[in-house]
Design a protein around this ligand. Structure first.
Ligand SMILES: C[S@@+](CC[C@H](N)C(=O)[O-])C[C@H]1O[C@@H](n2cnc3c(N)ncnc32)[C@H](O)[C@@H]1O
Length: 255
């Protein structure tokens, strides 16, 4: 499955912006911190990670006996090719971060990059051996290939909000991931969720970051669907928390 193509990258240093969704992932430790979860909360749950990418959450969670499935449009790809794409996308993101030091400020940028390469290595090893075991499923929002209420806990990080168009506070040069997409996406995430849904990163990617304009419309849609939605503080350093820690929140919706 191919991702929607967007116009090619510009050289503008003015804004952090990407021509398409990066295949760029985090370690399990980063993931838990980002989504304000403890590993102990995950035992015994059927968990789905949507837009799972080359993060190592699925690989590491399976290794400690958790019941996790990852879903990403690129999971029907060849392991070598998507791993190469993962490396190229880390390099492209590094370049964008280098050009926009005023937008993204990390407490330890080298540790941030090290974690990305570690996650990619762990993902690549696990995806290569396990891709036919049903733990890495090719699929995309807003039409996930799962039955209603299939998973106790559904997670998604670093797709929604982040890839909103530039004018709406995201990083996308294109407009594929506008508000209409986000509302359809949360409807589908709610559809596959039995108990709890967590969506990371409720802030814009401008300096200084602010509450994302899609955050409340998404919460309202989840409430209309019968879920109770709230914002919970995250302490993950995603490059924005130094300038506005209050924005670093996770949307948690429960049935
Ligand atoms: C930046 S990565 C996030 C990876 C991981 N969730 C993390 O936070 O480390 C974004 C992922 O979204 C995937 N993606 C792109 N379009 C998507 C869609 N419509 N539905 C689900 N995933 C999508 C990409 O393939 C990519 O792997």
């Amino acid at each position: 499955m191919n991702l929607p193509m967007k116009p090619s990258a510009t050289n503008s240093p003015a804004r952090f912006q990407l021509p398409s969704v990066a295949f760029f992932g985090r370690t399990m430790s980063e993931y838990l911190q980002m989504l304000a979860l403890e590993q102990g909360q995950l035992r015994g749950l059927a968990i789905l990670d949507v837009a799972s990418g080359p993060g190592s959450f699925v690989a590491e969670a399976l290794a400690v006996g958790l019941d996790v499935t990852g879903c990403d449009p690129l999971y029907d790809g060849d392991p070598e090719q998507i791993t190469a794409q993962g490396k190229a996308d880390i390099d492209a993101c590094r370049e964008q971060i280098r050009r926009n030091p005023e937008v993204l400020l990390y407490a330890d940028i080298e540790a941030f990059y090290r974690d990305k390469y570690t996650a990619l290595e762990r993902f690549a090893a696990d995806f290569t051996t396990r891709r036919n075991e049903g733990r890495y499923v090719a699929g995309a929002l807003p039409s996930l290939p799962f039955a209603n209420t299939s998973f106790d806990l559904v997670l998604t990080a670093n797709l929604l909000m982040v890839y909103a168009p530039l004018e709406d506070g995201g990083m996308s040069q294109g407009t594929d991931f506008g508000l209409a997409f986000h509302l359809r996406a949360v409807e589908d995430l709610a559809r596959v969720t039995k108990s709890e849904l967590r969506i990371s990163g409720m802030h814009t990617w401008k300096h200084p970051p602010e509450r994302h304009p899609y955050c409340h419309p998404m919460m309202n849609r989840l409430e209309e669907l019968g879920m109770r939605a709230e914002l919970v503080q995250s302490h993950y350093d995603d490059g924005c928390s130094i300038t506005n820690p209050a924005c670093n929140q996770v949307l948690v919706a429960r049935r």
